[in-house]
Design a protein around this ligand. Structure first.
Ligand code: GSH
Length: 262
C-alpha cells in the first residue's frame, strides 16, 4: 500500500497543503488505496531521509530540500519497498508508470507533459500575491510543532517582496490586504486569459481539452487551499467564486468526485 506523507492543519479533513492535494487528487482519481502519515514541518526532512525518499530540490544554501507530498509504495505481501518518491509531478509520473490499469494523469505528448511540469513549478507565482495572505492565514491553523518552521520558511520565500523574517512581521492591515486582493484579482484575470487562449485551441472542459489530467489537479489543489483555509462561507471564496464568470467554482465542482479527504 502507498503511504502519503502530509502536514496536518485544523481544517476539515486535516489536509490543506496545495502541494499535497495534487498527490491526493491524483491518487483519488486513479482509485489507488493509500494511507496518510501526518508529520509536522520539522519532521519532513528526518522522516523522509529515514525512509530513503529523495529530496525534491536543492535549497539556495546548497543543502537538500525535503518536501511533502512524498510517497512510499510498499508491497503488502512481501514488505518490499517498490518506490520512494517526492514532488507531486514525479509522483504523478510514477503512478502512471506503476499503475498502468488506472486513468492516466499526464498527457502522452511529451511537449504537453513538459508544459504541465512547468505549470506545476510556476503556479504559485502566477497567482502571486495571494499566496502571501493564504500562507499568513494558514499559519494559525497549523499545529504548534509546525508553526515556527512554516512562518520562517514561507517568509524566506517571500523575502524579496516583504523583507520579513516571519509571516507575522508582514503588516497585513485591512488596507494592505485590500491592495493585495486587487492584485490577486488581476492575477486570476491573467490566468483566465491564458485558459481562454487554450480553449481556443483545445475544445473540452479540462486544461488539455477533453481529457482530465494532472494540470487540472494543479489548479484544483490551489483552489482547495483557498477553500480549506478561508472556508466556503468566507468573503474571499465568495469573491473568487464569482470571478471570471465562475470559472474557479466550476473547476472545484468538476473535481468534486476526487476531493476526498484522508
Ligand atoms: N514542487 C513541489 C513543491 C513541494 C513543496 O514545496 N511542499 C511544501 C509543503 S506545502 C513543503 O514540504 N515545504 C517544506 C518546507 O517548507 O520546509 C511539489 O509539487 O511537490
Amino acid at each position: 500500500m502507498i503511504t502519503l506523507f502530509d502536514v496536518p492543519a485544523s481544517v476539515p479533513g486535516k489536509s490543506w497543503s496545495p502541494n499535497s492535494w495534487k498527490a491526493r487528487l491524483s491518487l483519488n482519481y486513479k482509485g489507488i488505496p493509500y494511507k496518510t502519515e501526518w508529520i509536522e514541518y520539522p519532521e519532513i526532512a528526518p522522516v523522509l531521509e529515514k525512509h530513503g525518499i529523495p529530496p525534491s530540490k536543492t535549497k539556495p544554501d546548497g543543502t537538500p530540500g525535503y518536501t511533502v507530498p512524498a510517497i512510499l509504495d510498499v508491497d503488502d505481501e512481501t514488505g518490499a519497498v517498490k518506490a520512494k518518491v517526492s514532488e507531486s509531478f514525479l509522483i504523478a509520473k510514477y503512478l502512471d508508470e506503476a499503475y498502468p490499469g488506472t486513468p492516466k494523469l499526464l498527457p502522452s505528448d511529451k511537449a504537453a507533459e513538459e508544459e504541465q511540469k512547468k505549470l506545476n513549478e510556476e503556479l504559485l507565482s502566477y497567482f502571486f500575491p495571494m499566496p502571501v495572505t493564504l500562507c499568513a492565514d494558514s499559519l494559525p491553523l497549523l499545529n504548534n510543532g509546525s508553526q515556527d518552521h512554516f512562518t520562517r520558511a514561507r517568509a524566506a520565500d517571500f523575502y524579496a517582496f516583504h523583507k520579513a523574517e516571519k509571516l507575522e512581521d508582514i503588516p497585513l492591515t485591512p488596507e494592505y490586504r485590500a491592495e493585495l486582493w486587487d492584485k490577486a484579482k488581476e492575477s486570476f484575470d491573467a490566468f483566465d486569459a491564458k485558459l481562454k487562449d487554450r480553449e481556443g485551441k483545445h475544445s473540452g472542459e479540462w486544461y488539455e481539452g477533453g481529457q482530465l489530467t494532472f494540470a487540472d489537479f494543479v489548479l484544483g489543489a490551489y483552489l482547495i487551499w483557498i477553500l480549506k483555509v478561508w472556508g466556503e462561507e468566507s468573503r474571499e471564496w465568495k469573491d473568487v467564486k464569482q470571478w471570471n464568470d465562475g470559472r474557479w467554482a466550476t473547476i472545484v465542482q468538476r473535481l468534486g468526485p476526487y476531493i476526498i479527504d484522508a
